[in-house]
Ligand binder design. Structure first.
Ligand code: SAM
Length: 278
């Protein structure tokens, strides 16, 4: 009988956040697959656990995934951990889960620390509907395209970001969503210098242009305000298409965005936009 793959979340800052169940699984697993064995060794030393470790990370996941699968199929149990937080969320793991699912190997996800959910809960932004957007691309063009695709998103949006890219990201966000859009910058969560800054995109850009950001950040961005279908007049649609085109969108994309935001059929907005075209 095949063994089980356990997804074991580890603390994102405060070592006290490791749960009893996670300890037990780390102790009882036949082996641990870790994103960085040196980071995990420190945690295991802290917990007083000695266990055989193999690495599983972005650049060896194809080869190592097969090896881990072989051991699971032979009946061993494996605990998968990343450097911090929940494996498979912007961290190695999802491919291994897929491989196990395809091979009929049981996968068990243990609940625990996750920077995205911790940030959302403390952000003060609406939590009833949200989406996780992970890291934006480092390439300017794809980053902007990603943000453009979210212009009419009404759910709260969660992003991960590295401190050295934060200012450029906030500037791109202010361009895409406007400077008045509320954002919560959740920094160093669960750590000594934990901080939650609830502000707007414009103010965040100003603040970080003066003082470069430090530490780990999750950005929790408010969604677009809902637009009532009935209140969307031809004038609104024409003005919105014109504004989006001024912001750099093609007519086709501007029509698509405006139609989604105003909850109107694309062809109707297209006709309105054409009537207004110079
Ligand atoms: N899988 C992890 C999780 O579920 O929490 C996330 C891993 S991802 C590679 C690392 C990113 O998570 C960081 O760049 C940062 O955006 C966010 N992060 C991790 N720990 C954090 C913390 N203590 N405070 C704020 N953000 C954190």
């Amino acid at each position: 009988m095949a063994g089980t793959l356990y997804l074991v979340p580890t603390p994102i800052g405060n070592l006290g956040d490791i749960s009893q169940r996670c300890r037990e699984i780390l102790e009882s697993a036949d082996f641990i697959a870790a994103e960085d064995t040196r980071v995990t060794l420190k945690l295991l030393n802290h917990l007083g656990i000695k266990k055989s470790l193999v690495s599983y990370y972005e650049h060896n996941k194809a080869y190592r995934g097969d090896k881990i699968l072989e051991r699971l199929l032979a009946g061993e149990t494996c605990a998968l951990v990343s450097d911090a937080g929940t494996p498979a969320i912007s961290d190695p793991g999802k491919d291994l889960v897929r491989q196990c699912a395809d091979a009929g190997i049981p996968v068990c996800a243990i609940p625990g620390p996750c920077a995205a959910i911790t940030a959302l809960c403390v952000s003060g932004q609406p939590t009833d509907r949200f989406c996780f957007e992970g890291f934006l691309s480092t390439a300017k063009k794809s980053r902007r395209e990603h943000l453009d695709s979210l212009r009419s998103e009404q759910r709260t949006m969660i992003f991960y970001e590295a401190p050295h890219k934060l200012l450029a990201t906030l500037e791109d966000m202010a361009a895409a969503f406007g400077p008045d859009r509320p954002i919560s910058l959740c920094r160093e969560l669960t750590k000594l210098h934990e901080e939650v800054i609830r502000t707007t995109l414009g103010q965040a850009v100003e603040a970080y242009a003066q003082t470069p950001p430090k530490g780990e950040f999750v950005l929790v961005l408010a969604g677009a305000p809902p637009v009532e279908k009935q209140s969307a007049s031809e004038e609104d649609a024409a003005a919105l298409v014109a504004r989006l085109m001024e912001e750099g969108l093609s007519r086709k994309d501007a029509v698509k965005q405006a139609a989604a935001r105003l909850d109107l059929p694309k062809n109707v907005v297209y006709e309105i936009a054409l009537k207004d075209a110079p």
